[in-house]
Design a protein around this ligand. Structure first.
Ligand SMILES: C[S@@+](CC[C@H](N)C(=O)[O-])C[C@H]1O[C@@H](n2cnc3c(N)ncnc32)[C@H](O)[C@@H]1O
Length: 191
């Protein structure tokens, strides 16, 4: 990605008008996070959700903000420095691996990320061992039929994500329908 394309993408992701359809407050409330929990924010980007997640888990909790793009993580670090938040660790992941410690995360959150992944199925398989036993994985990504979002051929249909997730040892336990352009799937590890 060129520097100007990256800058445009980051501006889009952080644009205040995004809140109208992304509903970040409602999304974080629906995650039902508790103080002290550990969140893996996969594909954190410049951190549209990161501060909200960090505040939801509080100083005794932690957020691993994972992204494979060093330039994106640099922007995230700069934004975090301007806050009082000290419970976020930016992590330079790999395309096929979040590179997180085993058995550590209570929630893995992916927002508009899975359709960017070149090796999504392998990524999910490697993500599962980083979760605690009762952890959840939440995937929010573009609906196939929404008029808003990336070109339809670049989207990952809900059923395809669920197939990859099932193969990685995850099962759907809930689904929220309050986002106008995205599906919102909640999964758990199969024991
Ligand atoms: C459209 S942005 C979404 C950023 C953020 N989640 C948000 O909702 O604003 C997609 C992000 O996923 C990252 N990404 C792409 N492939 C990834 C992978 N294999 N693992 C983790 N993140 C990835 C990209 O670098 C980019 O920052």
């Amino acid at each position: 990605m060129t520097r100007s394309a990256l800058a445009a993408a980051l501006r889009r992701q952080l644009h205040p008008r995004r809140a109208r359809w992304q509903k970040p407050g409602a999304v974080v409330r629906a995650l039902g996070l508790r103080r002290g929990q550990v969140v893996a924010e996969i594909g954190a980007g410049p951190g549209y959700f990161t501060p909200r997640l960090a505040r939801a888990v509080g100083p005794s909790g932690h957020v691993y903000a994972v992204d494979p793009e060093a330039a994106v993580l640099a922007v995230l670090r700069g934004r975090l420095r301007r806050t009082r938040l000290r419970n976020v660790t930016p992590v330079l992941g790999r395309d096929d691996d979040a590179l997180l410690p085993p058995g550590r995360c209570d929630l893995a959150l992916l927002v508009n990320v899975y359709h960017h992944m070149r090796e999504g199925a392998a990524f999910l398989r490697r993500l599962v061992p980083t979760l605690t036993r009762d952890a959840r994985v939440v995937n929010i990504d573009w609906n196939e039929q929404s008029e808003w979002g990336p070109p339809p051929r670049r989207r990952v249909p809900r059923v395809r994500f669920l197939r990859d997730a099932r193969r990685a040892g995850l099962r759907l336990i809930a689904e929220h329908r309050f986002l106008p352009h995205q599906y919102f799937l909640v999964l758990r590890r199969v024991r």
